[in-house]
Structure formats: structure tokens, C-alpha cells
Design a protein around this ligand. Structure first.
Ligand SMILES: N=CN[C@@H](CCC(=O)O)C(=O)O
Ligand SMILES: [Mn+2]
Ligand SMILES: [Mn+2]
Length: 321
């Protein structure tokens, strides 16, 4: 596959214990083609090293280096996974000659392959255009089972990413593209956004969200003191779908926590509320795949954003299994 690179073992390093105390000691680097159906539970980390969508959306580029930065940070974290749980680095999807659509297509195929091989995929980006490829990978996998399973998308984000793709596809259009395709195929578009900023989405985006029956929680309500209510909304959303795809756009976090993104949010949400919501979502047993988007090391300060992304990952991998 032209848009794919093998894992780079050199990025996994840290304290050496020789007792698997650290995740860089636990992780196994394996190209996608070498992943086989595991006897045990297995997590696969795949990069989406592409910021072409951010560039097309007039954003600040740099997210192409996001996946490696997150993996490198995660490697230094302690490993509390059971020996029976496997953790793989399966490399990254890359964008050749600005062909973002080919990268999305390659991502879609890679996600389907991982699900087919009974892995829990975690995709690390990269621009949020990866959501389009990621969603299709899940959908194609589920459709191949002919069980007509429905997918609910839960997006932690300051932005709807429902821009119309009249001029081009980019990091601001993935959920609009999914919505239009769902409509064409007579499928319900199940989309819940948590942390939407009124000062970062114009009136037409709110109007599009209304027309598409998008459920959302504004950033001023997406706070820990409203957790019970938020959990009620999440539960109600999940009840209506068979599988859940979670996507976390790092630019939804306050820039106090996540300065290393293309479009920072000074008044964004906290890590605490996201972690609590993730517990609810994972507890539902319906989470099929997830990603972390928009990591941009070029604008990070003292590695805070990579460390936040790695902390979230650490929490997730230790909660799902
Ligand atoms: N993926 C990000 N999308 C945002 C970017 C906002 C910005 O550049 O300020 C959007 O298009 O709304
Ligand atoms: Mn965003
Ligand atoms: Mn986004």
C-alpha cells in the first residue's frame, strides 16, 4: 500500500526495567500485514500522518508529526496491562503528494483489516479529516457482516466539522460528508458532539447541525458539575445505536491543557470531564474503535499536548481491557 509506512521501533524508548514496567517495553511493532487474529485481547495503534486537510482548511499545519509524538510520549508511561492483553504499533497511514482522499481510503481499509483481525483500533492523527476514513473503515467492516448494525459517532470537539465540501474535502468537512452519504443511503446520521464552542462555529454550522438533527452539548455546559445530565444524554444517544465510534479532537480542550493544535480553544473543556464521559461510553460495551485527532507538535509547549494525548490513551487502554 503506497499510503502506508511500517512502524518505527526507534520512537519507543524510555526507562528500561526488563520487567515490562513501561509501555515502550510492552508494545510490539508489527506491520499491518503481519497482524494475525490474537488468542488474547489486542489493541492496535495506527498513525494518520496527514495534515493536508488542515492546510486545505486554512489551518496551521504540523499535525503530520502528531502520531509519532503521541506514541513517543506513551512509551514512557507505566504499563499496568495484564500479560494477556497485547499492544501493537502497526505503523501509519501517510499522505502522498497532497492526495488526502487516497490517505482516507487507505485508512478506511486499514481500520476494516484491524477489526477483521479482532484488534481494538486506536488511530492517532493527524487532521480531523481522518474521521471520514475511520468511519468508513468501521462501516465497511460492519456491512461485510450483513447484520445491519448502526454506528453512533461521539465527537469531543470545539467544532462541528460540518462544513460543506463544495470546494474541497478538508479537516472541517468529515461529518458533513458522512451525513450526506448516510442520507443518500437512507441511513440515520447519529452524531453527538460534546464541547461545541459558540465562538468557534458560525450560524450556518449551527443551522446545518439543526437540519441534520445533530445532538450537541455546548462548551459552557460541558463541565464536570453537569456530569449527571451529560451522562443521561450520552446514555440516551448510545441506546439508539449498535456500535459507537469515539473521536477526540484535542482542540476542544482548553489551550491551558492543549496548546499543540491547529485551532486552540482558550475557553475549552477539561481532561476530567472527557475521562468521566469515556468511562460511561466504555461501560456501555458498544465502543468499537476510537481516535485522537489534531495533535500538532509544532505549537506544543513543553510537550503538554502530547502528554495529554498519551494520558488519555493510557486511561483508555487500561479501561477497555
Ligand atoms: N478540524 C478543524 N476544523 C475547524 C477549524 C477551525 C479553525 O481553523 O479555526 C473548523 O473548520 O471549524
Ligand atoms: Mn476542532
Ligand atoms: Mn474537529
Amino acid at each position: 500500500m503506497k499510503q502506508y509506512i511500517n512502524p518505527n521501533a526507534a520512537i519507543w524508548h524510555g526507562r528500561v526495567s526488563n520487567k515490562y514496567l513501561y509501555l515502550h517495553e510492552k508494545v510490539r511493532c508489527a506491520p499491518l500485514s503481519e497482524i494475525s487474529e490474537p488468542a488474547k485481547k489486542s489493541i492496535a495503534l495506527l498513525g494518520y500522518a496527514c495534515d493536508e486537510g488542515v492546510k486545505r482548511n486554512q489551518g496551521r499545519v504540523g499535525a503530520v508529526k502528531g502520531p509519532e509524538a503521541i506514541k513517543n510520549s506513551l512509551g514512557k508511561f507505566p504499563n499496568h496491562l495484564a500479560n494477556t492483553v497485547l499492544l501493537h504499533d502497526v505503523g501509519a497511514i501517510v499522505c502522498e503528494d497532497g492526495d488526502m482522499e487516497a490517505a482516507q481510503e487507505a485508512l478506511s481499509k486499514a481500520v476494516s483489516t484491524l477489526l477483521e483481525k479482532k484488534q481494538f483500533p486506536i488511530i492517532l492523527g493527524g487532521g480531523h479529516d481522518m474521521a471520514y476514513g475511520h468511519y468508513h473503515g468501521i462501516k465497511n467492516y460492519l456491512d461485510s457482516k450483513k447484520e445491519e448494525q448502526t454506528i453512533g459517532i461521539i465527537n469531543f470537539d470545539a467544532h462541528f466539522d460540518l462544513r460543506q465540501n463544495t470546494h474541497n474535502n478538508n479537516s472541517g468537512t468529515p461529518f458533513y460528508q458522512i451525513a450526506i452519504e448516510s442520507k443518500r443511503e437512507n441511513n440515520i446520521f447519529n452524531y453527538l458532539c460534546l464541547g461545541i464552542r459558540k465562538d468557534a462555529n458560525d450560524r450556518t454550522l449551527f443551522q446545518t447541525a439543526k437540519e441534520l438533527d445533530v445532538k450537541y452539548v455546548l462548551s459552557d455546559t460541558f463541565q464536570i458539575q453537569y456530569l449527571d445530565e451529560i451522562n443521561t444524554w450520552i446514555d440516551a444517544f448510545i441506546k439508539n445505536v449498535d456500535k459507537v465510534y469515539v473521536t477526540i479532537d484535542l482542540d476542544g480542550f482548553s489551550s491551558a491543557y492543549a496548546p499543540g493544535v491547529s485551532a486552540p480553544s482558550p475557553m475549552g473543556f477539561t481532561p476530567q470531564i472527557v475521562v468521566e464521559c469515556l468511562k460511561t461510553i466504555i461501560g456501555s460495551g458498544k465502543l468499537i474503535s476510537m481516535d485522537i485527532a489534531e495533535m500538532n507538535p509544532k505549537f506544543d509547549i513543553d510537550g503538554q499536548t502530547t502528554k495529554l494525548a498519551a494520558s488519555l490513551l493510557h486511561h483508555i487502554i487500561h479501561t477497555i481491557y
